[in-house]
Write a protein that binds this ligand. Structure first.
Ligand code: AGP
Length: 629
């Protein structure tokens, strides 16, 4: 879906403030916290309410530091303000396209995430009434639309008039939005609204925030209100009011913020991604905490909100997600089939939403999404619910849209993942899906002793992960030897084919080296034509039922001079003679081994990216949460 200036706007960032402190430093700090989401320009607008209210508007292309330097040179005083980081996938990053945008009078200012699909028609109408536009964005059209409604409204200047104007304008809009608005005639008031693009109200003492991501305000507030689609909110320093764009008031609940200052830091690591790679033992322990019953030899997942009878009635499981979440789903498919002996299938969320899969009420859908805001995954959830099946979320972000709209689900408790590349959230998702498979297995045919054995294996996984991560230096050396490769192959069988896909995705998205993942046996069906001395092949070949088959595939690559890197289980020394590099893992239940085999791939991608001088935490063209199609 392309926005006005011919670009597709991926997830941008919004932060707005009203209170007793100077707004500009708080807004710039918040924008820096959002910068990992993606950016190519940023802007802020502050309002001085003392005397005759004045607005200070500053915009800058490039990093938030550029905007900070501009504000340093041209201060933007005031205790009330809105700000935005913008990321357009193509087309120049210009000051004109940067937010905030103003209406025709210059007295209303707006920042916007999302896409206004009917902006051309609206722009033509507004132009016919004398509006002139300085940018080619849909967001500026929205600012003019609200400004026109405000100017036409007969109410006295104030919160009600501004709320009315925003509601009136949004009722004319088709598309998605997360907005923050302020008006010179209404000092001390912010108005926000959301449809398909997240927005949260941060509640402080004598100050309040609006933000597209709780991470932007994590250091300033412990209580937030996550807005729902069609919500409208008026925010002042000491109070807020939630209404509906459709008219009337709207329900809301106050949530506690799980985000801490420490989460925003890197704990001494050079990048968030490396910190998060090393957080995985703790992250999967958190995913299991309180959910393993030794007595019952099963998993306890109250969040599913399903009775044993309802769980027993499940005849088929569909797992949906995007990117890494879909790869986790593919590992989950093996787990459900093996442990619960239930038919399971994976669909990319973006495909599921447009397919017309035969579904019946014995089908259980899982929507896997760390952000809980990925629009394709949200649409897949809504499609499943539209077809009458129970749709459950596996989500990291508390109270995110998918978490709130699903019929139940399981929080991953992985903690905020700042690095754009998913690492701890991938293994956390696999862990949660293991718990689901254990629960389903134990209400069918899995015995108590089998359940207990799996629980013990799961509880041993954090330490096994630590053993693998302790090889980081060895893996860095391997990465540096191959950092110049133009492409790489990742190969694995069974539940390691999804791991091969995940390893290839990590390599692509942070080092920009072309990489592809394949079932090992597929080599001979065409891919082997690519093998040459400059194309490293990474084999995920733990000691399992298909180890020997993987060895045969490695022989095929070796015979054609292809460099070989193998990830295998300690003790399988025979690979030394066959490969250039071997990474050994501690033994574990083959069903759980993806939790270990993915770790070297994450480190490999990270180290190659660092060696190539890439921006590991903020890779080009990517954003952390993709909330447009
Ligand atoms: C993975 O490294 C990427 N960042 C991306 O593929 C991501 O997994 C995908 O966009 C899904 O995000 P979600 O889990 O927040 O829905």
């Amino acid at each position: 879906m392309a926005a006005a200036d011919g670009v597709v706007i991926i997830m941008c960032g919004i932060i707005a403030y009203v209170g007793g402190r100077e707004a500009a430093p708080l807004l710039l700090d918040g924008l820096r916290r959002l910068e990992y989401r993606g950016y190519d320009s940023a802007g802020i607008a502050t309002m001085e309410a003392a005397g005759r209210p004045r607005v200070h508007l500053r915009k800058a292309a490039g990093r938030v530091d550029n905007l900070a330097a501009l504000v340093q040179a041209q201060p933007a005083p005031g205790c009330h303000g809105i700000s935005h980081t913008r990321w357009a996938t193509h087309g120049p990053a210009t000051n004109g396209n940067a937010h905030p945008h103003t209406d025709r009078s210059g007295r209303l200012l707006l920042v916007h995430n999302g896409v206004i699909e009917n902006y051309q028609l609206l722009r033509d109408q507004l132009r016919a009434e004398g509006s002139e536009f300085t940018s080619d964005t849909d967001s500026e059209v929205l600012a003019h639309l609200i400004g026109r409604a405000y100017d036409r409204d007969g109410l006295p200047h104030g919160r009600e008039r501004l709320l009315h104007a925003v509601r009136d304008a949004l009722q004319q809009v088709r598309g998605t939005y997360g907005i923050a608005v302020m008006h010179l005639d209404v000092p001390g008031q912010l108005v926000g609204a959301r449809l398909g693009s997240p927005l949260v109200v941060g509640l402080g003492r004598g100050e309040q925030f609006l933000a597209s991501d709780v991470g932007a305000i994590g250091g300033h507030t412990r209580e937030v209100v996550y807005l729902n689609d069609h919500d409208l909110v008026a925010v002042a320093a000491g109070d807020f009011e939630v209404a509906s764009v459709r008219g009337g008031s709207a329900r809301f609940e106050i949530s506690q913020v799980e985000y801490t200052e420490q989460d925003a830091g890197k704990d001494g690591h050079p990048h968030h991604m490396l910190k998060e790679i090393f957080e995985q033992p703790a992250a999967i322990a958190n995913a299991m905490r309180g959910r393993l019953s030794h007595e019952e030899a099963t998993a306890v997942l109250g969040g599913l909100q399903m009775t044993p009878a309802e769980l027993r009635a499940v005849g088929r499981v569909i797992l949906t997600g995007c990117g890494s979440a879909c790869h986790a789903a593919m590992v989950g498919e093996h787990l459900v089939e093996s442990l619960a002996r239930l038919p399971a299938e994976v669909e990319f969320a973006s495909e599921f939403r447009y397919r017309n899969l035969p579904l019946d009420n014995g089908t259980l859908q899982f929507v896997i999404s760390q952000s809980g805001e990925t629009i394709d995954s949200l649409a897949a959830l809504r499609e499943g619910q539209r077809k009458g099946i129970r749709a459950l979320g596996v989500v990291n972000q508390v109270a995110s849209t998918i978490a709130r709209e699903s019929d139940g689900g399981i929080y991953m408790h992985a903690g905020p993942e700042i690095g754009v590349a998913a690492t701890k959230t991938f293994t956390s998702q696999v862990t949660v899906l293991t718990l689901v498979a254990l629960l389903l297995g134990r209400i069918h045919h899995l015995s108590s002793s089998e359940g207990l054995a799996l629980i013990r294996e799961l509880e041993a996984m954090p330490d096994r992960m630590r053993e693998v991560l302790a090889q980081a230096d060895h893996i860095r050396a391997i990465a540096r030897r191959h950092a110049g490769a133009a492409a790489m192959l990742f190969l694995g069988r069974q539940n390691h084919y999804p791991v091969a896909l995940e390893g290839a995705l990590k390599m692509k998205e942070i080092s920009y080296v072309y990489a592809s993942g394949h079932p090992s046996a597929e080599l001979k069906h065409g891919i082997i034509a690519l093998v040459n001395p400059d194309l490293p092949s990474v084999f995920i070949a733990p000691d399992d039922s298909v180890f020997d088959k993987n060895v045969s595939n490695m022989e095929e690559v070796r015979a054609r001079g292809g460099p070989l890197i193998a990830i295998t289980t300690r003790g399988r020394d025979e690979l030394e003679r066959l490969t250039d590099d071997v990474i050994y893992l501690p033994p574990c239940d083959p069903l759980l081994s993806p939790l270990l085999t993915v770790l070297p791939l994450q480190l490999l991608a990270y180290e190659v990216a660092v060696a190539r001088g890439c921006d590991v935490d903020k890779p080009r063209n990517l954003a952390k949460s993709v909330t447009v199609e």
